[in-house]
Design a protein around this ligand. Structure first.
Ligand code: SAM
Length: 286
């Protein structure tokens, strides 16, 4: 005789703990599947399988964290980006689906370079962008920078776990340590939320690092710096791709123009919002 409960009974208990929470069922399923180390579909095909008491206790701890607003990836330790399992801790931003647009554009532009080109992911955080780009372009040399040594540790864990050994990690204020005229492309998702708009962000962002989200000057301070330093580090004809807020397009384009970039273009995310602007460093003979 065992007093262990079945998967379906535990899920029922989880639903009661969550009660009216939006996404309660989905969240409880993801967390139970994580504790049991099984795919979510197995919760239904094996619904009468028993859950041990330590597993049940772990699950209840996870539910409590979720009730306090902790985002699921910080509980499970993983987020999916570009179909890759990315390790996350509270030292890094949780990679967002809209950021995949940066990788998509970078992948398209990479066709213009020689196979062995050099790309920087400025402000790499978890390393999600650098990892996705390196996997798509096996011959590219990738440099990933961040000011946060804790974030660089997480990025290193990701590159090791994903078996990518071609990414150089650099603790740097954006790209200050990178040689002039050395990069074919810079990809960046900098902090761009207006520091005075903290109240507009969802409660879950309060668990994410402030330095990853907020910037001065209506969210534009880091974007301006990146466009200036990007202009120095890029080879003539190289591309700078920047993710930004949906209302920042005009200011980003102006900053690109003020720094003599050409072929400037903005792309929308799946929600139809202006999300990525990119431009090309002018060639001497352009
Ligand atoms: C919005 S997060 C992006 C993280 C990751 N690239 C992504 O897309 O999920 C911005 C990142 O830039 C880093 N950062 C902020 N200021 C920086 C600076 N001056 N130089 C380098 N990195 C910086 C933060 O630590 C954070 O990891």
């Amino acid at each position: 005789m065992t007093d262990n409960s079945s998967i379906s009974a535990i899920l029922q208990k989880g639903a009661e703990v969550f009660r009216e929470q939006p996404s309660a069922r989905l969240d409880s399923e993801i967390l139970l599947a994580h504790v049991l180390s099984i795919p979510r579909t197995k919760l239904y095909t094996d619904s009468s399988a028993l859950v041990t008491k330590p597993q049940e206790q772990k699950y209840m701890e996870h539910l409590e964290k979720r009730l306090k607003g902790v985002p699921i990836p910080y509980i499970t330790g993983f987020a999916e980006f570009w179909s890759l399992p990315i390790i996350v801790t509270e030292d890094v931003l949780i990679p967002r689906p809209e950021t995949e647009l940066l990788v998509e554009i970078a992948k398209q532009l990479s066709g213009l370079f020689q196979k062995t080109h050099t790309v920087a992911d400025a402000g790499t955080g978890s390393g999600a962008i650098a990892a996705a780009y390196a996997i798509e372009n096996p011959s590219a040399k990738v440099v990933a920078t961040d000011t946060s040594t804790a974030a660089l540790t997480v990025a290193k864990r990701n590159f090791n776990t994903l078996n990518i050994n071609r990414i150089e990690l650099v603790c740097d204020d954006w790209l200050n340590a990178i040689c002039n005229n050395s990069l074919d492309m810079i990809i960046t998702n900098p902090p761009y939320v207006d520091i005075h708009d903290t109240h507009l962000m969802s409660p879950s962002t309060s668990f994410e690092p402030t330095a990853a989200l907020y910037a001065q000057n209506k969210g534009m301070s880091e974007i301006h710096k990146l466009i200036q330093v990007g202009n120095q580090c890029l080879k003539p004809g190289g591309f700078l791709l920047i993710e930004h807020g949906f209302a920042q397009k005009k200011r980003v384009v102006r900053s690109f123009l003020e720094n003599n970039f050409v072929n400037i273009s903005t792309r929308q995310d799946l929600a139809g919002l202006d999300r990525v602007t990119y431009g090309q460093k002018i060639c001497i003979d352009t």
